[in-house]
Design a protein around this ligand. Structure first.
Ligand code: ADP
Ligand code: MG
Length: 433
């Protein structure tokens, strides 16, 4: 793909002499929370940012991988699925790797069983093809073990209770396995475009950090220490360990129970043969993410926390030299009556609600019931206008800190997105300007 990593926040900020310089995320975090009092929304403000051209991105034959990242609940899975559908309907052969699709969305894409392989999605128009899969992290871990160890050793590892908890519960396993799966799909070479959803971590950065963390856990010091006795051959080796160490393992043995310790050391001994493999694979996938055919889309809601996370991610991509395509600002609110400001709506509601006001606003033909209803609607409208103002302020803040990051806004739809039509609509909104 032609888009190279953009110059973003930190470099730009460096030209500003007011040291100590805040990061983009800090600037966003410092945005006042309850600032809605400050004036009405600027209506008719064209987005000052560069528009992100999503179709150009997914149509570009050079684009091979799109990674949708962002903090939890912002619409990563929805965006990934919508992009996959759109790209397929525009003629590309696409696979979408989803991590945690909501049940109805998964069903609508035919993802009823978690079998860890892509399946063709039915009901897709156009000349392309859409395949989709849901990540099964345990299965993916098993695949890695099977690929790295002979069958006997693989069994030994997989039967070990530590493996069971590592492969299902260890923080970071899901992120690691998402990357692993991405590497597998890419190596398979069956698709023009791979779209990757990322795990529902609190922080978007976990996706990049967790594999490394898991890697350091697997070849970390604690494990090497625990492994030492088993590795050099049981009790006879103990005399080579210093007193502190044997005390340490002794205490651990008491705390965890001797069996547990035995399990753990058997496990790490078996895993030892794979340490290199794990690292190597994580490194390879990391390099894949830096490759020119990869594009990151940061998804955020127009809210402070989500945009702060987005800012962290944008900075991080810059540092890691990973190509950022742009920001998807999802679930943006709008109104059908932009001329009516929050202030005027509130004032009108008050007038309607004040009894016996002879100011001409409430005419005698309007029943009291209608007045109450109208006042309620006016208040709702005022709330929405305040929300729009807040969202725009957050958006403008981000845009002013990252003027080179292309942005696209997707409106908040009335209901959840749970079928292909909903995904199509999101895809269309991603391209409406
Ligand atoms: N633009 C939108 N309008 C309305 N609902 C949306 C929109 N984008 C996402 N949603 C809904 O928000 C919820 C969270 O979206 P999801 O894609 O699962 O977020 P994430 O993967 O980031 O956790 C889902 O129920 C989804 O249908
Ligand atoms: Mg998700």
């Amino acid at each position: 793909m032609s888009t190279s990593p953009k110059k973003t926040g930190p470099d730009k900020a460096a030209t500003d002499k007011s040291a100590p310089e805040k990061t983009g995320a800090e600037k966003i975090a410092s945005e006042k929370a309850g600032a809605d009092k400050a004036g009405p929304a600027q209506l008719h403000d064209p987005l000052a940012a560069r528009q992100l051209d999503v179709d150009a991105l997914i149509d570009d034959p050079e684009t091979a991988i799109v990674v949708c990242c962002g903090s939890g609940g912002v619409g990563k899975t929805t965006t990934a699925a919508a992009l996959g559908l759109r790209a397929a309907e525009r003629g590309r052969k696409v696979v979408v790797l989803t991590i945690d699709p909501a049940r109805r969305l998964a069903q609508s894409m035919g993802l009823t069983e978690l079998d860890n392989t892509p399946r063709v999605v039915k009901g897709v128009g156009g000349t392309g093809e859409l395949q989709a899969m849901m990540l099964d992290m345990k299965r993916t871990f098993d695949e890695v073990v099977l690929a790295h160890a002979d069958p006997v050793r693989a069994r030994q590892i997989m039967d070990n209770p530590f493996y069971q908890s590592l492969s299902t519960g260890f923080a970071g396993t899901q992120e690691y396995m998402a990357m692993e799966k991405l590497g597998q799909l890419q190596a398979e070479g069956s698709w023009d475009l791979i779209i990757v959803d990322t795990p529902p971590s609190r922080s978007a950065l976990d996706f990049l950090d967790a594999p490394n963390r898991l890697g350091s856990f697997l070849d970390g010091r604690l494990i090497r220490i625990l492994m030492a006795p088993a590795k050099v051959g049981g009790r006879s080796a103990m005399k080579f360990l210093n007193v502190g160490m044997s005390m340490f393992t002794g205490i651990l043995g008491k705390v965890l129970g001797a069996n547990v310790l035995q399990d753990l050391s058997t496990f790490v001994t078996a895993m030892d043969s794979m340490f290199g493999g794990f690292r190597e694979r994580a490194d390879r996938t990391y390099r894949l993410l830096q490759a020119p055919g990869t594009a990151f889309l940061v998804v955020a809601a127009p809210e402070r926390d989500a945009l702060r996370e987005a800012a962290y991610f944008v900075d991080r991509l810059e540092t890691d030299r990973m190509p950022l395509a742009g920001l998807v600002l999802n679930r943006v609110h709008s109104t059908g009556a932009p001329q009516l400001t929050a202030e005027r709506a509130l004032a009108a509601a008050e007038t309607l609600e004040s009894p016996d006001q002879e100011d001409g606003t409430a005419s005698p033909e309007i029943s009291a019931e209608t007045e109450v209803l109208a006042a309620g609607l006016l208040r709702l409208h005022a709330e929405r206008m305040q929300r729009i103002t807040r969202e725009r302020r957050m958006r403008d803040r981000f845009v002013s800190i990252y003027p080179d990051v292309p942005v696209v806004e997707v409106p908040a739809l009335a209901g959840d997105v749970h079928d292909l039509d909903g995904l199509r609509e999101i895809g269309e909104r991603l391209n409406r300007r």
